[in-house]
Write a protein of this length. Structure first.
Length: 299
């Protein structure tokens, strides 16, 4: 019996300087940092934040708008599927909707770097390697959606303690990635096969605080990373860290630090410096390590 043939996607160059409102091939737009608004005719606008993506089908008119007062980094990937036998690569990937990538963000970024490297090295087998990389990327994106949609179930034979530790670590990673959103802890607990009360008790035992406090620490962590990169504008800090408006952010920040955001930034990180958008990405995000101890006590 002959092995099944494999049909790989074909890479298509998407101009960064001039991007047409529609293209005759599929496009995958990924927000690496910051946020971006996509608009499609006849549909409500789609606002994506870091570690989120949108799949745009061929010949779909679209426009994206980046905020002028905040750093944003985007990755664009254009590809064609030569035959219908390659369409299963897109199964489970809805078009023009939010795709969450946080579960495999590191692997996806590695693949994007590999594709970029192949496009500039011009090896004889470069197109084949790019096709393989795009296929792997689409499979990972699909796996992210499946993982986000399905609640976790404890594997048969796994001890509850080990399962809880793994589930809680996964929940903490999710809270870190989505700390700027309006999270409902009941839904987070349910997606990790726990009741809300049990989830709160186990989370406190493992991380020393409630899930809500953990989210606040993640927000404070994010605020300090932005301040360290040179951001001083209160409106930008509020928008990038999940607050409804600047006044709400200032009140929240002063309650926890005893200082305004500008006072804290100047005393902790010095005067405003020039910065590039990628500076924020280069700073590691480690649980609690960037939050000053005297700030943690107030959270």
């Amino acid at each position: 019996m002959a092995p099944p043939s494999i049909v790989l996607p074909t890479f298509q160059l998407v101009s960064i300087l001039f991007r047409p409102p529609k293209n005759p091939f599929h496009e995958l737009g990924i927000v690496l940092s910051g946020s971006c608004n996509w608009t499609f005719p006849g549909r409500p606008p789609l606002c994506l934040k870091s570690s989120e993506a949108v799949l745009i089908p061929p010949n779909q008119v679209h426009h994206e708008q980046q905020p002028t007062d905040a750093p944003t980094r985007l990755a664009w990937l254009g590809f064609s599927l030569p035959t219908r036998s390659a369409l299963p690569l897109l199964n489970g990937l809805p078009s023009l909707k939010r795709l969450r990538l946080d579960a495999y963000q590191g692997e996806i970024l590695t693949i994007l770097e590999r594709i970029q490297q192949e496009t500039v090295t011009y090896h004889e087998d470069g197109q084949l390697r790019i096709g393989l990389a795009i296929a792997e990327l689409l499979l990972l994106v699909r796996r992210c959606q499946q993982r986000a949609a399905a609640p976790l179930v404890r594997p048969r034979g796994q001890l509850p303690a080990a399962w809880h530790a793994e589930s809680l670590d996964d929940a903490a990673t999710y809270l870190e990635s989505h700390c700027t959103e309006d999270l409902r802890m009941e839904a987070v607990a349910r997606n990790h096969a726990l009741s809300a009360s049990h989830f709160a008790v186990l989370f406190r035992q493992r991380f020393g605080c409630t899930p809500k406090t953990y989210v606040l620490r993640c927000r404070m962590n994010r605020v300090q990373r932005l301040m360290k990169s040179g951001v001083r504008e209160v409106k930008v800090l509020a928008d990038q860290c999940g607050f409804t408006d600047a006044s709400h952010f200032c009140k929240w920040f002063k309650q926890r630090t005893g200082q305004t955001p500008l006072q804290f930034a100047l005393r902790t990180f010095g005067r405003k410096q020039r910065y590039a958008p990628e500076d924020v990405e280069l700073m590691p995000f480690e649980r609690h390590t960037h939050v000053h101890d005297w700030v943690k006590e107030r959270l």
